[in-house]
Design a binder for this molecule. Structure first.
Ligand code: PRP
Ligand code: URA
Length: 206
């Protein structure tokens, strides 16, 4: 299922991110801010457990997070989303998947994986700003399932209906979060209007 997060602040920051004149420095900062704002919504159904703590005044029955959270950025561009979320959830553990699209076939090629232990008991958030054909996110989700992950959320910034449809078909159990659903892909698999090549803009490559 798709959850489109259209908070005015998110939309405002995404407009800045999309502008072609936005510098690498600003692109990085805005991407981090967007990830933090999205995290607020993505985490709103996290389970809580009862705890008893002591304030300076008295004992207090309250609640605390009951689950382990694992962030898995898809390299490279997903790296730009990590810090915005770990600022809010500093206890989150972080795995990595290195993946790039073959420019001719658009098929994702995996070149690196490293995950924390015990994915089965964690809520795993796959981070990738771009959901284009859905090939990269779909493969990342499959790799995580093969490594034991059971509860997976896909957090992207910009997507298109093609990618949403593919993830919905191949991984109906995975909740998809987007800050914008764009129109379509061009012939080279880039999102229109999109924001260009997220990895290149984030790291100043071309
Ligand atoms: C981009 C982006 C996604 C993927 C999306 O990565 O960060 O991972 O493309 O496209 P898809 O939905 O069609 O698979 P890219 O392959 O450019 O690698 P990079 O981040 O290392 O530049
Ligand atoms: N990957 C990107 O970085 N941008 C797109 O528009 C599509 C895939």
């Amino acid at each position: 299922m798709l959850i489109l997060l259209e908070h005015p602040l998110l939309t405002h920051k995404l407009t800045q991110l999309r502008r072609k004149e936005t510098t690498t420095k600003d692109f990085r900062e805005i991407m981090e801010e967007i990830a933090g704002l999205m995290a607020y919504e993505v985490t709103k159904d996290l389970p809580l457990k009862s705890v008893t703590i002591t304030t300076p005044m008295a004992e207090c029955q309250t609640r605390d997070l009951a689950t382990d959270i694992v962030l898995v950025p898809v390299l490279r561009a997903g790296l730009g989303m990590v810090d915005g979320i770990t600022k809010l959830i500093p206890t989150a553990r972080v795995g990595h998947i290195g993946m790039y699209r073959d420019h001719r076939t658009l098929e994702p090629l995996t070149y690196y994986t490293k995950f924390p232990d015990n994915l089965a008991d964690a809520i795993v958030m796959v981070l990738d700003p771009m959901l284009a054909t859905g090939g990269s996110s779909g493969s990342a989700i499959q790799v995580l399932k093969d490594n034991g992950a059971k509860t997976i959320k896909l957090v992207c910034v910009v997507g298109v209906p093609e990618g949403v449809k593919k993830i919905g078909h191949d991984h109906p159990d995975v909740q998809i979060y987007l800050a914008a659903l764009d129109e379509k892909l061009n012939d080279n698999g880039y999102i229109l209007p999109g924001l260009g090549d997220a990895g290149d803009r984030l790291f100043g490559t071309s």
